[in-house]
Design a protein around this ligand. Structure first.
Ligand code: UD1
Length: 367
């Protein structure tokens, strides 16, 4: 069986790593190729993750780079079509909800190639998010849908997806977290940077909804500045946020010096270092998807600065609280946590480090 595995952007790498590892246990049955679309290309957004996760180098890099959504999607489709025609795979596997996920799905399906989606069924019901459009298009086309929780199963059932295409396997990103957790706990990244364990917050923020509008971004940065008077905030800044803050003249909110105080920015961090910082943080502030899940497993309080989430399980059983992007709400919930009001939650079912094995076992049965 010949399988093409797709990665494109930062959040894909830690999801694909355990799937490749699980496939390597069956060399007599599975031949696999790794295609990187090149959606993310910086050393710190891409290559460092391959090094940290011990992932094989991509067999093929489409090198599509940045562009508008249509440009990027189209470039991936044109380049990936050639790969499919040359390689004639039996199956393409896509993960997550980035533009690469949707573009490769459409391309493969139009050539009659089966596609499996890992992390299927997540829905924010927010069509202003490009990821929601990617999720919907991908799921409607895919032959095999691997889900992380009961909400995803229910969403797919409500959309009329036949149950025999849906497999509840758990969360491959958590496979990666659990694999590295113990080793990462013994690292001294936080202390090495002069941070006191439990006495700082970490921040990620890059969603267009938060950073592409000056007033919204300013309100969030004002809230974060107030929080940072009680605990410094470590912010590995995403290229998009850096660009927009500069454009709006808001970069004076950031501390770029050596002393860790205020909103202290760093370059994007590697997987291992960022996991170490998050597991030792008092709280995490984010607008990312994956961090809501990682903090749930780590038992670290998480405030998600979005109006909705496609990962409600992290609020139902985990440590995640939705705070939107309103300054007052962010401050209220952050101060509750800093005053010790913390809900730790529990780990969702099947987020147990074995999800990638379940996926590969399923594929060996159904294909
Ligand atoms: C993409 C995903 C988002 C994911 C995020 C993680 C889509 C629609 N969005 O958003 O779901 O949470 O990745 O980071 O697929 N840039 C660089 N270097 C890079 C990559 C990007 O400088 O290696 C800059 C470019 O200016 C680019 C901008 O970041 O235009 C945005 O990159 P893009 O891949 O379009 O989307 P992200 O915001 O990273």
């Amino acid at each position: 069986m010949k399988i093409i595995n797709i990665v494109g952007a930062r959040p894909n790498f830690m999801k694909m790593a355990p799937i490749i590892e699980a496939m390597n246990k069956h060399p007599e049955k599975i031949q696999h190729l790794l295609v990187h679309t090149g959606q993310h290309y910086d050393q710190k957004m891409s290559k460092s993750f391959f090094d940290d996760l011990g992932m094989p180098k991509p067999d093929i890099n489409l090198e599509v780079g940045s562009g508008s959504h249509a440009e990027q999607t189209a470039r991936i489709m044109v380049a990936f079509e050639k790969v499919c025609l040359d390689e004639e795979p039996d199956l393409v596997i896509v993960v997550g909800d980035v533009n690469s996920t949707m573009a490769c799905t459409i391309t493969a399906k139009k050539l009659g190639i089966k596609v499996a989606h890992v992390e299927a069924g997540l829905r924010s019901r927010d069509m202003s998010m490009p990821e929601e459009i990617n999720r919907l298009c991908t799921d409607v086309l895919c032959d095999y849908l691997f889900t992380t929780d009961h909400f995803a199963d229910e969403n797919l059932a409500a959309e009329g997806v036949s149950a025999d295409k849906v497999f509840f396997v758990g969360n491959v990103m958590i496979d990666t977290l659990l694999k590295h957790r113990e080793m990462v706990a013994s690292l001294v990244f936080a202390e090495g940077r002069g941070l006191v364990s439990g006495n700082y917050a970490t921040l990620t923020m890059h969603r267009p909804g938060n950073v592409d509008d000056k007033q919204t971004l300013q309100g969030i940065l004002e809230a974060l500045t107030e929080i940072s008077h009680r605990v410094p905030i470590v912010f590995p800044i995403h290229p998009r946020t850096k660009k927009m803050a500069k454009q709006f003249g808001l970069d004076h909110f950031f501390n770029t010096g050596d002393k860790i105080e205020g909103i202290w920015i760093t370059e994007p961090l590697g997987y291992l270092e960022f996991l170490n910082l998050n597991m030792n943080a008092r709280m995490v502030l984010t607008d990312s998807g994956g961090l809501q899940e990682e903090t749930t497993v780590l038992g670290v309080p998480c405030l998600t600065m979005r109006p909705n989430t496609e990962r409600p399980i992290t609020c139902e059983v985990g440590s995640n609280i939705m705070v939107g992007n309103c300054k007052k709400t962010i401050l209220r919930e952050a101060f509750k946590i800093l005053d010790g009001e913390v809900a730790k939650g529990r780990v969702p079912d099947r987020w147990d480090g074995k999800s990638a094995n379940r996926i590969v076992d399923t594929l060996l049965t159904v294909l």
